[in-house]
Design a protein around this ligand. Structure first.
Ligand code: GLP
Length: 276
């Protein structure tokens, strides 16, 4: 696992975007797994900048998003509406600014009338695409990946989850409140890729920022692997794993100094990173 500790949110975002850009340049038809939340916004802004100023080309890239609230979502065949869906978030923050093809975008359908059937289809679509090359992940306040709430099997697949109170509170504060949506109208269910699904991505990159994430980041990276902190499954991934943190998010790590030492040595001796 490569743990990269950057000074602040901006540096973390630029580094994470650089890793994604490298994948896109090396494999123009790569399959990216994408995440939502406030943390990846800076990463997406930097990717948009690279597209506009450096010609980073997304025309062959295919994407799968991690999750979506159940009960809302956008119809991709129509202009997006003013909802709080993750689909809309992705259009606003990334898709509408780059040259990705609409037919190459896959998002869990929050309006499906057959959630179980949809989840099976989504798993098959990932397989048909040849699997995910690089999965971007944040981490929830309760240590979750995507919407795999505490207690989720570490072998779980794409399915419907009931959200915890903490997740509802966190995400209400961050998104719904600003949009003036009453708390009781916020969806309590979601479709999410499972931990087993995520672990099958050939490479994963987790990003986290801010002091409020320090505790769960330390538990996920250095604590026991447990379904109570589903992001701790990162320790089970057999391939390329990169964790990009800012100083505050890294502040609870017991091995923080060691991770920084490793990065310095890599720079000094020009050692190639393991994640590409
Ligand atoms: C939601 C998403 C997660 C995300 C988490 C953290 O719960 N389902 O994929 O990692 O929020 O969000 P933030 O980055 O805003 O802290």
């Amino acid at each position: 696992m490569d743990v990269i500790i950057k000074g602040d949110y901006d540096e973390m975002s630029k580094f994470a975007a650089g890793v994604i850009a490298e994948f896109v340049r090396k494999k123009p038809d790569c399959v990216l797994g994408l995440a939502t939340g406030s943390t990846p916004i800076g990463t997406y802004r930097e990717l948009v900048r690279m597209h506009k100023e450096e010609g980073l080309d997304f025309s062959g890239v295919r994407t799968f998003n991690l999750d979506e609230y159940l009960g809302i979502g956008i119809d991709l065949s129509k202009p997006y509406d003013e909802d709080q869906s993750y689909a809309r978030f992705m259009y606003e923050e990334l898709f509408k600014h780059i040259n990705i093809k609409k037919e190459n975008i896959r998002l869990p359908d929050g309006r499906t009338s057959d959630p179980d059937g949809f989840c099976k289809w989504y798993e098959e679509e990932i397989k048909r695409a040849g699997g995910i090359d690089l999965q971007l992940l944040g981490i929830g306040g309760d240590g979750h990946w995507a919407f795999n709430e505490p207690g989720s099997s570490l072998a779980s697949r794409t399915r419907v989850q009931v959200l915890t109170k903490q997740t509802l509170d966190d995400n209400y504060e961050m998104f719904y409140k600003k949009a003036g949506v009453p708390r009781e109208e916020m969806p309590h269910f979601a479709i999410t890729m499972g931990i087993g699904t995520i672990l099958e991505a050939r490479n994963i990159m987790m990003i986290a920022s801010g002091r409020k994430k320090a505790g769960v980041v330390a538990k996920a990276l250095e604590g026991p692997v447990t379904s109570q902190i589903t992001a701790s499954a990162i320790q089970l991934h057999p391939g390329g794993v990169i964790v990009v943190l800012d100083q505050e998010a890294a502040s609870g790590l017991a091995l923080r100094d060691h991770y920084m030492h490793v990065e310095k040595l890599k720079e000094k001796y020009g050692l190639s990173t393991r994640y590409i």
